[in-house]
Design a protein around this ligand. Structure first.
Ligand code: TPP
Ligand code: MG
Length: 569
């Protein structure tokens, strides 16, 4: 790398004691103060000072890692995944115009998933604004609807404060993406840097009366279910949640990054019997996830011998997250550690000590029956391969701290059904925005965030086409990842619904037997194609041992559709 001496990010002392540096120096110093260790990007001159600052960083911690990718959406998906896994906002830096617009879907995904993320965009220089300089686009109006804040920083001296605000806002409940862009002339220009103080995260206190009411509802319930979602993990409330679960004996269903808070195999985890649990419940307490299509929009109950609908309680990390459309018996908002501990204390103050053991036993029997039904497909000898067989082979090979990433349609739905994480913070799915293409970015971030853990990326063959070129990034940065491609030569999750609605399908077929493993080999990784179910296990073993990015391309049965009861609308 050559030293661009005229633009060095080396902060120099000045007589006032402040550091002087270009705008990139300011932004990188503040990001580092917020705990960022990696800057995800794809090269563009508008943002060169950010790179210069990262490589020449001299303050505590040394250079910041630059992770350069092959498509800006991968940079943003990687930064989003970094935010989810580490609970420190991820940072993506995108060049002006097309760099920023290429990142918009991933920013939107972060918005819907409540992922802490900061995106810094380049911007055409202010001294040429309106004259038609290269890639001149006013980004904030495009980004505003999908971010917590989107603004332009007009002066070098304002960059540090603006970046500090962007990180604080992105990392505060309810978390999400923030965006700022800096005109090129201001980013290259120098000014004294006054470092902002990074304070501890504000923890919002929930209203005690609301918690008391939730305690009362729980004490009165005979068939309650607790749902734990992504924000339980994001708020660091996994221990509070598990304590509440184990001390009360309540049955639990998890979703999103709530998966693993109650470890797979735990006697109170009834996700495998969720339709019996939700159908038979008289009270459903939903924590840290919206009452969206994944939870029947917050309507539960009514299936237990004519019993009415269940009462619903929504506990959220912030008031704006309490779903307005559902009829709620109670709700509370605030830091979820405080909320969950507060609910437990409120329940302990109730005179009635509920006993839900019979209700739990019934659900456990349903879980066991579901497990017996699953076992058949997990061991399927079918030819072509049934996708479930892949999970029958993968599950016993996963360590407790494995990070599992899903990017695809039916293939990922099967993963959700058959894989139950044993620890929280290791499950990355697309969340309610459902954007295909996050896979390689998420895998890059997972490898960096959890250097010694298994990282397994589950890719539909359709989804593979959206980010597979970034295997090149894994290879260049020496980031080994196991990739399993469920190759049914179709956009399967669309093929089946279209057949159901019209009796035929179009635009849902992909080429049969495509050698996605050869793509990975061509990019410097390894891989193989599997057509016989008994070859899946040994292929996975080779993938875990490879020490390079390795894709196991499993040709599966296109007609083995996921048994879906909802299409999400
Ligand atoms: C960016 C984006 N484009 C389109 C869709 C619609 N979509 C949802 S699932 C799916 C099919 C995915 O196919 P594949 O990855 O091969 O998985 P399969 O369902 O075949 O297992 C499509 C096209 C989407 N969710 N996101
Ligand atoms: Mg497919």
């Amino acid at each position: 790398m050559s030293d661009t001496s005229g633009h060095s990010g080396d902060p120099a002392g000045d007589p006032t004691g402040d550091l002087i540096g270009h705008g990139g120096t300011h932004a990188v110093a503040v990001a580092a103060a917020h705990g960022v260790d990696t800057l995800f990007t794809l090269s563009g001159a508008h943002v060169f000072p950010m790179y210069d600052a990262a490589v020449h960083r001299k303050d505590a911690g040394g250079p910041m890692r630059l992770l350069d990718v092959r498509h800006e959406q991968t940079a943003v998906f990687a930064a989003e995944a970094m935010g989810k896994l580490t609970r420190v906002p991820g940072l993506a830096v995108l060049t002006a115009g097309p760099g920023v617009t290429n990142g918009v879907s991933a920013v939107t995904q972060a918005r819907y998933s409540g992922s802490p993320l900061v995106v810094i965009g380049g911007r055409a220089p202010s001294n040429r604004w309106g004259m038609g300089s290269l890639q001149e686009l006013d980004h904030p109006p495009l980004l505003a609807p999908v971010t917590k804040s989107a603004r332009t920083v007009h002066r070098t001296a304002e960059i540090a404060g603006a970046v500090d605000e962007a990180f604080t806002l992105a990392g505060s409940s309810h978390r999400g993406p923030t965006f700022l862009d800096v005109p090129m002339d201001q980013l290259f220009d120098s000014a004294p840097l006054a470092r902002p103080e990074v304070g501890p995260r504000h923890r919002q206190e929930p209203d005690p009366e609301s918690l008391e009411r939730v305690g009362g509802l729980l004490a009165a319930a005979t068939r309650p279910v607790l749902v734990l979602g992504t924000d339980v993990w994001a708020d660091g409330a996994e221990e509070s949640a598990l304590r509440l679960v184990e001390q009360t004996g309540i049955p639990v269903v998890t979703n999103g990054m709530g998966r693993g808070v109650v470890p797979g195999g735990h006697p109170q985890l009834v996700t495998k019997a969720r339709s019996q649990a939700f159908g038979g419940a008289d009270l459903v307490v939903v924590v840290g996830t919206p009452l969206d299509f994944r939870l029947g929009y917050g309507t539960f109950g009514g299936k237990d011998g004519g019993a009415g609908p269940a009462r619903v309680v929504h506990l959220a990390d912030s008031p704006g997250q309490v779903s307005p459309h559902a009829e709620l018996a109670a709700s509370a908002a605030g830091d979820l550690c405080l909320v969950l501990d507060g609910v437990q204390a409120a329940l302990e103050r109730q005179r009635r000590v509920p006993d839900w053991s019979a209700w739990l036993e019934g659900l456990r029997a349903a879980v066991a029956a579901a497990g017996r039904r699953d076992a058949e497909l997990l061991g399927s000898q079918a030819d072509p391969i049934h996708p479930a067989r892949i999970y029958g082979e993968l599950a016993p090979r996963l360590a407790d701290d494995a990070v599992v990433i899903g990017d695809g349609g039916d293939f990922v739905s099967f993963a959700g059904k058959y894989l139950e994480p044993r620890r929280p913070g290791g499950w990355l799915d697309p969340g309610p925005y459902g954007c295909l293409g996050a896979g390689l970015g998420s895998a890059i971030a997972a490898r960096l965030a959890r250097p010694s853990a298994q990282v397994v990326l589950l890719l539909g063959d359709g989804a593979a086409g959206m980010s597979l070129m970034d295997v090149d990034t894994l290879v260049r940065h020496d980031l080994p990842v196991v990739i399993v491609c469920g190759n049914n030569s179709a956009w399967g999750l669309e093929k089946q619904p279209m057949r159901m609605i019209y009796g035929y399908d179009v635009a849902t077929d992909l080429a049969p037997g495509t050698r996605y493993d050869e793509v990975v080999r061509a990019l410097g990784g390894g891989g193989e194609t599997v057509t016989d179910p008994s070859d899946i296990g040994p292929a996975l073993d080779r993938a875990f041992a490879a020490g390079t990015p390795y894709l196991v391309n499993v040709l599966t049965d296109v007609d083995a559709a996921y048994p879906r009861s909802t299409f999400g609308v």
